[in-house]
Design a protein around this ligand. Structure first.
Ligand code: ZN
Length: 133
């Protein structure tokens, strides 16, 4: 058995243990766009640690999760709901929303303006800056 695969499975297993808490926290809605009735899956905020961390995990719908795999090709017009997500009570949700806005803000003035309106505490600010999207 390939060692890498084994490790991957073990990591997936650990991540799946967060499912219950994430379901409760998200109230079964996508934590970015708020969609309900979708299949939610875990998205990990980078840089991804060797051991999964609950505080770096978000529950996202496929429509939010898939595009993040190629952040250079994000469709700006679908992300306007981030104006709510940046005010989330969850630090990790704020951080991901901010990173997406930061990326979109290079070409979209509404995203750049929104970023300027929001204030974060130091810890959130640090998390946002750890790694650009
Ligand atoms: Zn979503």
């Amino acid at each position: 058995m390939a060692k890498g695969l084994e490790k991957h499975r073990e990591r997936e297993r650990k991540l799946s243990l967060f499912g219950k808490d994430l379901t409760r926290r998200s109230r079964s809605c996508c934590e970015l766009c708020g969609a309900s009735g979708r299949t939610l899956e875990i998205y990990e905020l980078g840089p991804i640690p060797a051991e999964p961390e609950y505080d770096r995990c978000l529950f996202l719908c496929p429509e939010c999760r898939e595009p993040l795999k190629n952040s250079a090709a994000l469709q700006a017009e679908r992300w306007h709901f981030l104006k709510e997500a940046v005010w989330s009570e969850e630090r990790v949700v704020q951080a991901l929303a901010a990173r997406i806005l930061d990326r979109l803000g290079r070409t979209e003035s509404w995203a750049a303006e929104l970023l300027e309106e929001v204030y974060w505490d130091e810890e959130t600010e640090a998390l946002i800056r750890e790694e650009p999207l």
